[in-house]
Write a protein that binds this ligand. Structure first.
Ligand code: HEM
Length: 213
């Protein structure tokens, strides 16, 4: 048991926790996107998707609590690593020595992370923690995306999410062991593909709903 606590407390243990929880959220984003694409099929299809989701009952509740726990681990570990890195190296390198160099994604991870957290809280208050007894989830989503301010805010938040995952996905795959130079271009390509899928897939939904209204 002691070795587990020591491993998780070490720098590599923390990186591993970031990678595992991060990859879990990448899977969540893929499933969430697949479900949300049913918006393109209209009211019946989207409401039926939501009904099927909620019919999972206790499984969904466990998944939601698990997600909250993982989010807390991801955020707290990320902040700890950031503080440790800053303390170990108060003056930053003038030239970035990280493998793969400095990208917009890697340079902005803490900032995009905080913005995503704010977005997710806002998003849940709007779509999750609302009284659905007199309405349907389709009506809630289409009323929100009928407002151009919401559309702009969502598109910005989704671009931020895409930038965060463009580096996060790549970094997590490396941490879990796929860091051989031979695989680098493929992993880099996969990360960009994933970020584009998240950005375009989620980003087109508010615009589509706004224009289709
Ligand atoms: C256009 C884009 C999006 C749409 C239309 C959308 C739609 C929804 C809806 C309708 C729900 C509530 C489901 C329910 O309680 O019945 C939900 C939940 C949620 N969304 Fe989104 N979402 C979008 C983008 C995102 C993004 C980019 C993220 C993460 C960065 C995200 C994270 C979440 C989370 C964590 C939940 C709670 C899941 C649960 O409790 O089961 N969503 N979303």
């Amino acid at each position: 048991m002691n070795w587990l606590v020591n491993t998780l407390a070490s720098s590599i243990g923390k990186k591993l926790m970031m990678a595992v929880t991060g990859l879990f959220f990448c899977s969540f984003l893929s499933i969430h996107l697949a479900g949300n694409l049913s918006l393109l099929g209209g009211r019946e299809m989207f409401n039926s998707y939501a009904e099927h989701l909620h019919a999972m009952g206790v499984v969904l509740t466990v998944a939601e609590w698990g997600m909250l726990l993982f989010a807390m681990v991801h955020i707290i570990t990320g902040m700890t690593l950031l503080v440790q890195n800053r303390m170990a190296r108060p003056v930053r390198y003038r030239v970035n020595r990280r493998a793969g160099g400095r990208t917009p994604g890697s340079a902005t991870m803490p900032y995009t992370g905080v913005l995503m957290l704010c977005f997710v809280v806002f998003h849940l208050l709007n779509f999750h923690f609302v009284d659905k007894s007199e309405t349907t989830i389709f009506d809630i989503v289409s009323a929100a995306f009928g407002n151009p301010n919401y559309v702009v805010l969502y598109v910005i938040a989704i671009v931020v999410t895409a930038v965060h995952v463009s580096h996060g996905f790549w970094s997590a795959i490396q941490t879990v062991g796929a860091n051989h130079p031979k695989y680098m271009p493929a992993i880099r390509g996969l990360s960009i593909l994933f970020a584009l899928t998240v950005g375009i897939g989620f980003g087109m939904l508010p615009i589509y709903v706004f224009m289709a209204l």
